[in-house]
Design a protein around this ligand. Structure first.
Ligand code: LLP
Length: 474
């Protein structure tokens, strides 16, 4: 391993985006590459002590490479941050929609975090992983919070069986729970109430959820009726309130404002005789995808939120609730990169050069869905001179299947390895089989060891659910 140079010795140019490789190990969400990124003596990118080219030879491409150190570091920054800055009890729960899998749950559970799940499938995955890890039923129940704006009766029954907290989103759900509780005579159901706080934040319209025109949660004008209803139904053990205002947020103010709104509602709820000992502030802290992105660190965010909740409680003269935060992206986003192999090239004189990779919108639908920007390095020639502007295209039959527009890269050749950074959140979890591409494998890397955490799909996997009616077979 050699020391990480910051400039290309031949050109004096930065050959990596600034901050792509860290010297001082900042907050994971401010770092383009995982914290363990390095350049080895083969001039290859190395993550978790594993050479990128060797990983691709061994596991194929595209490949999700998840760095255990970065993931654990983000978990501990959240967990310890709240212990430092918040004077009451706190709990960090991972929004598993960012990436739900047995191994991801496994790593995060051992960091003492809980889990936000939003479907029967995420609940099943989380429960299975925790059970295999040896957690007791009671521990599992305490670790999981179940979200969703349209939970089915089957999902609610599944949640009741696990005994997790249900974050109630609407009237139908509240009434269904009361009905279901009649067949569970001794059980009072732990719930939180989700509300839309009416707070705007600057993020993509599709990933904004806290403004009033949102499909999620109770509208504030209904809340007092909800409190009165809960107060009358002893089978509902309402432990507090929840709100989530959006995702990929770089400002601290919206969450500080949210703290104020939630604390005021806690006070009103308490006037209805509910104890409401918990306050869940949601997730939403952004990560650095490109050099221009400048999110606050996890520690700064935790400090701002903690202080805002404590001040609001002092103003309202209520005891400090147990403070819950449920980050997804900022816990896992920067811990992962995707390695692709370069294939074809198309040069359109004076217009654009495309280089195509062996994946695209099926393993990362974020660029086509939200016009999200990413950063890239040439993982097998880290100090090659950067001398081209190219558009990195996916291999799908859609013109919009572009991984990065106008990326600055060295000259590439077929077989070279392009590494896209910040792909840990909402990549695998939103992946599809569009054009019948098998979904990639994923490895967890640490201390020079790579463990497979997702098997690459095969063509047989692709037709596993297909049925060919007998009548079509001559
Ligand atoms: N809690 C709730 C209730 C949520 O709806 C979300 C995200 C989170 C927590 C976690 O938010 P985070 O810390 O990850 O920002 N697919 C989009 C993101 C959708 C986020 C949905 N909710 C994307 O790729 O940007």
């Amino acid at each position: 391993m050699i020391a990480t140079p910051t400039k290309n010795p031949h050109t004096g140019q930065d050959y990596l985006p600034k901050n792509a490789i860290n010297t001082k190990k900042p907050s994971p969400n401010q770092s383009l590459l995982p914290l363990t990124a390095n350049i080895n003596d083969r001039d290859h990118l190395e993550i978790g002590g594993c050479d990128i080219e060797t990983l691709v030879e061994q596991f194929g491409s595209p490949l999700y490479i998840l760095d255990e150190t970065t993931l654990r570091n983000a978990c501990s920054q959240y967990r310890d941050g709240f212990k430092t800055y918040y004077q009451g009890e706190s709990q960090v729960i991972y929004a598993s929609k960012a990436w739900s899998s047995l191994a991801v749950v496994g790593v995060i559970a051992t960091e003492d975090l809980g889990f936000d799940v939003v479907s029967g499938g995420e609940l099943y995955t989380t429960e299975k992983s925790l059970t295999q890890l040896g957690y007791s039923c009671q521990e599992i129940a305490q670790k999981i919070y179940f979200h969703g704006n349209n939970k089915s009766v089957a999902e609610l029954k599944q949640a009741l069986e696990v005994g997790c907290t249900i974050i109630v989103d609407n009237w139908l759900e509240l009434q269904t729970l009361v009905q279901l509780s009649q067949s569970l005579p001794d059980q009072s159901i732990p719930i939180l109430i989700r509300l839309t706080p009416g707070i705007e934040c600057h993020t993509h319209e599709y990933i904004r959820t806290g403004h009033l025109d949102s499909k999620f949660g109770f509208d504030p004008h209904q809340l007092e009726t909800v409190f009165a209803y809960i107060a009358e139904h002893k089978s509902l053990n309402c432990r507090g309130l929840h709100a989530h205002i959006g995702s990929q947020i770089f400002e601290k103010q919206p969450h500080q404002d949210l703290a104020g709104v939630l604390v005021e509602w806690l006070k009103i709820g308490q006037e209805y005789g509910l104890t409401l000992p918990e306050l869940n502030i949601g997730g939403g802290l952004g990560i650095r995808y490109t050099e221009e992105d400048d999110p606050p660190s996890i520690e700064e965010w935790v400090k701002a939120v903690s202080e805002a909740v404590m001040q609001a409680c002092q103003r309202s003269n209520i005891p400090l609730p147990k403070l819950i935060a449920e980050p997804g992206r900022s816990l896992i986003g920067s811990a992962c990169v995707t390695a692709y192999k370069v294939g074809s090239r198309k040069e359109i004189p004076e217009l654009r050069t495309y280089i195509a990779v062996d994946g695209g919108m099926s393993d990362n639908p974020r660029p086509i869905t939200y016009q999200s920007a990413y950063s890239v390095v040439l993982g097998n020639k880290m100090s090659a001179e950067i001398n081209e502007t190219v558009t990195v295209a996916g291999k799908h039959c859609e013109s919009g299947d572009i991984v990065i527009k106008d990326a600055r890269l060295p000259q590439t050749h077929p077989g070279d390895i392009l590494v896209i950074m910040g792909t840990g959140a909402y990549n695998y979890s939103m992946a599809s089989n569009y054009n019948r591409l098998p979904r990639p494998a994923a490895v967890l890397v640490n201390n020079g060891e790579a463990n497979l955490i997702l098997r690459r799909e095969t063509y047989d996997d692709l037709i596993r659910q297909d049925c060919l009616p007998e009548k079509l077979i001559p």
